[in-house]
Ligand binder design. Sequence first.
Ligand SMILES: [Zn+2]
Length: 312
Amino acid sequence: MTTILREKSPDLELLEVVMPRLDASSPYFKELKERYLIESAGYEGEQSIYYYINQIQSDFFHLHGLYFQAHRSKCQIDHLLIFPHCILILETKHYKGELRYESQTGVFEQKVGNRSVRRRDPIAQAEMQRHKLTTLIESSPYPLPPIQPLVVLTHDEAIPTIEGNEPNMIISQRLLQRIDEVLMTYAETHNQKDYLENLAQFIVSHHENRQSQLLNDYPSILAHIKSGVLCTGCGDVFMERTYSTWVCQTCHHRDRSAHIPALRACRLIFGDNVTCQLVAKFLAIPPHTARRLLKRTAKQIGEKRGTSYILM
Ligand SMILES: [Zn+2]
């Protein structure tokens, strides 16, 4: 059974709405574009592993996008597989090109063309997740099962070389085989039948929704974000509102609900509590139109001058 706690990272969700509104000449464009590409590659890697997870035969709980706090430190786990005998942590890395990992030192290098980049040690990262998950489960009434972290290299064009012995760094195609091996190792661990479900529920109850810190890192981005309702057809230009609908002057696409994704973008950028003035400015529409749209799509709180809206 799969429980999706979070599909995309908060940074990716935010960048997806910010990038189309950021002018290429903005001083942050290059840096944010790079961050966006890294985030979307990570997302692609996390998604690609579903193909293999769906082929696992045994009973297990699958938690995707887990984020929790243990002992004042935070922990994010891409995929957590809870089996009756053990727990598997899958840390995905979507890097292409020649990858070299030194198991002794933890040096992890990616080479694309002539460029060589040193990446964070993913085994150490996954071990850290094991440590934090252990702390979390130890605070529960349930016995601690063995926890096995695996680093999965998900990119089809990854050519890994592992120096030394590191059976827990594998390419996606080896995932099922490695899972079988791990399950065999712990086959003798016995847990109660309802233990699996209770433990999964305990872990889920500690999941927190994370907020993107991107706007804290770049507070002046806001001044560079273009306002308007992006065309839901071509996605390239802003639409105009005519006779209660939105029309794109470039591709002639018409959409009565084009303001819905724009309001979602507004929520991701400014938070869910907004004023009519802010929405009018962000959607580039008169305040009375903004008020009408908000009355239909958001929850009003307060009255008169103190009115604000909770965007859904
Ligand atoms: Zn268009």
